[in-house]
Design a protein around this ligand. Structure first.
Ligand code: ADP
Ligand code: GLC
Length: 502
């Protein structure tokens, strides 16, 4: 039989050296109140690929406001943020993945200018890369998870909750429950938040020996359909499982990329909690990325100024309604339909369309080529641009989100916060946050994902734009809705407390 255990590293041999454990930089952080450690691959503004970063960068702030201490543990990447800031070393040690040993350091910002506390895990050989995700994720995130737990094991005051996000941290609940090395931590409740069940982190059983030693007869906890499935292992072993909207929780029972029966089986420990938005970042009144700030009191002039900038930048006429799409160009977001939708919409309807996104190379190519056919009423920015995204939320009239799958979706929340009308497929979090204008709401919804349904809904929106004398009223109404994290952060805190008291 294959060797399934890593070298049994004795923690006392780990050379876990603590540097300058001053009050400020470390353990006084953990007070007697409930303290949670979020473990995540992304966190805004440090490293962002999508909405996971926004959530992990915001939720801890709001949890602190409602009385739960929260910090984030994440990988140390080679990116603009880490190049721009200075870090101090808190500890260093080694971990083993199978036969290989890797040195790692625990880092903190020398001067914390963020409004959250972040601890970085630097495994130079594996994590310090200029990307977050790639083909080598199995080794990278395995090392990250083991180093994170070793560090937590070394803390004098342990966290009261360990909150994991997505499959990159899905092995943590298993390791805490099963690995001999973490026995001392196995009473700490674990939460797994599923931001997207499409991605599960699968890897073959012959890499099981990367994990610290555990009772091999329990290896079924790692398995789903014959491979190791970190998301499935997380669902099985976490004390509670959350998803990022109630509707998505329901939908996962029918469509979870193969995990339907598991989620159905574990239903009692699962709950949907809707994401919020960080109003210290996403507020048109204070957002310094905009060309002009505005509020509900000067919405008309504010939005027009931002639209003017977009129209000038992308060569559009100001008079037509501007539809925008921002996002990853992937199947889940229905990005494959965009080229045909754009082509037909611009041939038939009186509007302009702007795309900001990157992803599937074939879709990128098609979106590039469309510019030749529609030079005056279509434009695109293929790539990732945080500042431009803010300007598009502010300056567009409508935001398109035809997603096939949308666990929560933050774009529609940002759009509404900036007075931009969302056009969404009725799924997941989109269904939970956008009400159609025909039901006295402030958006447009459609029930089936198809080119025709998108086109029909765009037509409905164009007509609405042309026939509604006072569009600013609907914009005002949607801007008044509170999408901040306050209510949802409280729900997470209540969930933690319910575990501690049950
Ligand atoms: P997902 O996480 O599935 O990509 P979300 O709606 O939760 O979708 O969050 C997407 C986040 O990423 C938003 O903050 C959105 O503004 C941002 N985003 C997506 N694509 C881009 C891009 N090309 N440039 C700038 N921001 C982007
Ligand atoms: C995922 C989902 C998205 C959600 C985000 C943050 O990336 O695709 O719908 O908003 O996570 O939870």
């Amino acid at each position: 039989m294959k060797k399934t255990r890593s070298k049994n590293v004795n923690l006392t041999n780990l050379k876990l050296l603590f540097y300058e454990l001053t009050k400020q930089n470390s353990l006084d952080y953990f007070t007697s109140m409930m303290n949670v450690i979020h473990i995540s691959a992304e966190c805004y503004p440090i490293a962002k690929v999508g909405g996971l970063a926004d959530v992990v960068g915001a939720l801890p702030k709001y949890q602190e406001n409602s009385g739960v201490k929260a910090m984030v543990v994440m990988p140390f990447y080679d990116n603009a943020f880490t190049r721009k800031h200075q870090f101090k070393k808190i500890a260093e040690a080694e971990i083993s993945l199978g036969e290989k040993t890797y040195a790692y350091q625990i880092l903190r910002l020398k001067k914390n200018t963020l409004s959250i506390e972040v601890t970085f895990i630097n495994v130079p050989e594996l994590l310090f890369k200029d990307y977050v995700y790639s083909d080598d994720d199995t080794e990278r995130f395995m090392a990250f998870q083991i180093a994170a737990l070793d560090w937590i094991l070394s803390l004098k005051q342990k966290p009261s909750i360990i909150h994991c996000h997505d499959h990159h941290t899905g092995l943590i609940p298993f390791m805490l429950q099963e690995c001999y090395r973490y026995k001392e931590l196995n009473q700490i409740p674990t939460i797994l938040s599923i931001h997207n069940a499409q991605y599960q982190g699968w890897f073959p059983h012959d890499l099981m020996h990367y994990l610290p030693a555990f009772d091999i007869s329990h290896n079924g906890l790692l398995d789903w359909d014959g491979v190791i499935n970190p998301l499935a292992a997380g669902i099985k072993c976490a004390w509670r499982v959350t998803t990022v909207s109630e509707s998505y929780m329901e939908e996962l029972q029918q469509d979870a990329n193969g995990l339907e029966s598991l989620l159905s089986h574990e239903r009692d420990k699962c709950v949907g909690i809707l994401n919020g938005i960080d109003t210290s970042v996403w507020n048109p009144e204070t957002d310094d990325m905009l060309t002009k700030n505005y509020s509900i009191n000067n919405i008309q002039t504010g939005k027009t100024a931002n639209k003017k900038w977009l129209c000038k930048e992308f060569g559009f006429s100001l008079s037509k309604p501007l539809f925008a799409f921002i996002g990853r160009l992937v199947y889940e977001k229905s990005a494959d339909l965009l080229p045909e939708v754009i082509d037909k919409a611009l041939s038939e309807k009186n509007c302009n369309i702007l795309i900001l996104g990157s992803g599937d190379k074939a879709i990128e190519q098609q979106l590039e080529e469309l510019k030749l056919k529609h030079p005056t009423n279509y434009n695109k920015c293929i790539g990732y641009d945080e500042q431009l995204s803010h300007r598009i939320y502010a300056g567009s009239d409508f935001l398109l989100m035809p997603s096939r799958v949308e666990p929560c979706g933050l774009n529609q929340l940002y759009a509404m916060q900036y007075g931009t009308i969302p056009i969404v497929h009725s799924t997941g979090g989109l269904k939970d946050t956008v009400t159609d204008v025909k039901d006295d709401g402030f958006g447009f919804r459609f029930d089936h994902v198809s080119v025709q349904d998108c086109l029909d809904t765009i037509q409905r929106a164009v007509t609405y734009y042309e026939e509604t004398p006072n569009l600013k009223n609907i914009r005002k109404t949607m801007m008044k809705v509170d999408h901040s994290w306050d209510a949802s952060a409280k729900k997470y805190n209540d969930l933690y407390k319910s575990i501690k008291t049950s």
